[in-house]
Design a protein. Sequence first.
Length: 163
Amino acid sequence: MIYETEMKHLARCVELASMAVDSGNPPFGSVLVDETGAVRYEGHNETAGGDETRHPEFEIARWAAANMTPDERAASTVYTSGEHCPMCAAAHGWVGLGRIVYASSSEQLSAWLDELHVAPPPVATLPINQVVPGVPTEGPFPTLADALRELHERYALADRNKT
């Protein structure tokens, strides 16, 4: 069950995704929240420089491994604008992070990219639990779908205009 506070974290993820687009990056944003409700880390995609591993969920895993105990990681929640890709899901699992709450699903992303005539990513868009079985997940949240689709459209248009 999702609570008002959790929707605020998801709304922040959408804001971070918008910031990503503003800086020339794909629209993904994520927030790491500990068991007390404190935001411990937040970020957005930073792949525009050429390093396609600079996803916010992957950065959260790296940060958490360096700054949190295994128990703190397990009790935390990662909120994210889009369901983790397989690389990020694996990183999440390897460092032992807890629950994942995502605003939009891999299935939605695939459909949006197809509608926008954008080539699919080089890595399959799989549900998190196909990569990391047993990690508790919640999502998607239809109330955020329109805003996220618009961000993907904005990014696709900006990316086409670069060439």
